[in-house]
Design a protein. Structure first.
Length: 226
């Protein structure tokens, strides 16, 4: 049973055809890496799957229902309730402490502050962030900030975690630590991961890799790599 599907998705920005019939199926519990050169349409595909962008034609299906034809309100509710996000630059709210940043998705879901912070706290131990709960993002290293962003992406136990170049701003070792934690935490809670990266070393953490070229998705074969 597929959890997430893109069917013949086309999307243009002005004259740029970013997606030209993209097809992708993601199984529940799978950790999928979307690879491909810069500008090939990886981020656009991720944004379509996540209900951020709406295709001009084609369909997106999540958990047995079509989601691309929901209105902005419906897609926004879906993102809030079912999806988690990690981006290249953590995008923590600078005015909030690390633990408030982690608790944010729960607070936005209407969980009360005390309970949200209580659910955020174990993530600091789990991700090696003990003692950093009160720090602002400006007082964290790049790797620490990205682990806080990872905790925020997973704290509400999303069905799908969307990660767009999550290690892009990190050195190799720090990036590998973040990937280790992402994969083990996602597996532990059964969260499906859709990861965009151009780094083979990062894609190697996934169960499966696909390649986007010129707005279409290809299976990882020798031909696609050439
Ligand atoms: P990738 O993630 O593989 O680097 P993107 O999905 O970001 O590729 O972009 C695919 C193509 O669409 C590129 O040519 C990019 O410049 C263009 N593009 C992406 N987003 C926008 C946008 N908001 N406005 C205009 N062009 C865009
Ligand atoms: P990434 O591929 O990691 O998303 P980009 O620099 O391609 O990084 O895109 C960053 C943001 O800018 C995205 O939201 C994307 O949609 C947008 N974007 C990308 N290309 C263009 C473009 N040519 N014009 C306007 N916005 C763009």
């Amino acid at each position: 049973e597929m959890l997430l599907e893109a069917r013949d998705v086309v999307l243009s920005f002005g004259r740029t055809q970013a997606l030209r019939g993209a097809e992708l199926r993601v199984a529940a519990g799978e950790i999928l890496a979307i690879m491909g050169p810069s500008g090939s349409g990886k981020s656009t595909l991720l944004h379509c799957l996540a209900g951020i962008l709406v295709p001009e034609s084609g369909e997106i299906h999540f958990d047995g229902r079509r989601i691309d034809n929901l209105g902005e309100t419906g897609r926004s509710a879906l993102r809030r309730d079912r999806f988690g996000f990690v981006f290249q630059f953590g995008q923590l709210v600078p005015e909030l402490s690390a633990e408030e940043n982690v608790a944010l998705p729960l607070l936005l879901n209407g969980v009360r502050r005390t309970k949200a912070l209580a659910e955020a706290r174990p993530w600091f131990d789990r991700l090696g962030l003990d003692g950093l709960e009160e720090r602002r993002s400006g007082e964290l290293s790049g790797g620490q900030a990205q682990r806080v962003a990872l905790a925020r992406g997973l704290v509400a136990r999303p069905r799908v975690l969307f990660a767009d170049e999550p290690t892009g701003a990190l050195d190799t070792l720090t990036g590998e630590q973040v990937m280790d934690l992402m994969v083990s935490s996602a597996r532990e809670q059964g969260t499906t991961v859709v990861l965009v990266t151009h780094e083979p070393r990062v894609a190697a953490y996934a169960d499966r890799e696909v390649i986007v070229r010129d707005g279409r998705v290809h299976a990882l074969t020798a031909e696609a790599v050439a």
